[in-house]
Design a protein around this ligand. Structure first.
Ligand SMILES: [Zn+2]
Length: 163
């Protein structure tokens, strides 16, 4: 059995409290910078969303429930993206990393299939795609322009009569 390599910067005492909490967030995979970028974009477009809904398969990073839209923001390395960064598996402990990434990929596929079966639209934003801000903006606008499939009738605006 190969063992997981030590995390870089394992001596946490060198960090101040603020830096340490930032590091811990990275470790937990929440509120990572790529995810924040996507969230800021959606906010700028006027979207309302919830984060990390544990009641949905795969706990999608960003959920627009009214639109039945679930968004995953994936690190290319951890989720085995087919890109230069995703292909860069460390030489040390190669078997360990490859097995771990394969498990992540299998879990991602199962989560996405389960969401689709439940009527959700699933979008994956890869870390490497964040470099092209304009393309991402166009894509996000397209998500929001698509009518929800199973969310029922649109709610009337305040002051309007339904139907
Ligand atoms: Zn990538």
């Amino acid at each position: 059995m190969s063992r997981p390599p030590a995390r870089p910067g394992g001596a946490t005492d060198v960090y101040g409290a603020e830096k340490r909490s930032a590091v811990m967030r990275q470790v937990k995979g929440r509120d990572t910078t790529p995810e924040l970028k996507v969230r800021r974009l959606l906010t700028a477009l006027g979207a309302r969303y919830r984060l990390h809904r544990a009641d949905l398969p795969g706990r999608p990073d960003i959920v627009l429930a009214g639109r039945r839209l679930a968004i995953f923001v994936h690190g290319c390395f951890w989720h085995g993206h087919d890109c230069a960064r995703g292909a860069r598996v460390p030489k040390a402990n190669r078997d360990y990393w490859q097995a771990k990434i394969a498990r992540n990929r299998a879990r991602d596929a199962a989560s996405q299939a389960a969401l689709a079966t439940a009527g959700w639209r699933v979008e994956t934003v890869w870390e490497c795609e964040l470099k092209d801000a304009e393309a991402l903006k166009t894509r996000a606008a397209a998500w929001l322009s698509i009518a929800p499939r199973l969310a029922g009738r649109p709610r009337p605006k305040a002051g309007e009569k339904p139907g």
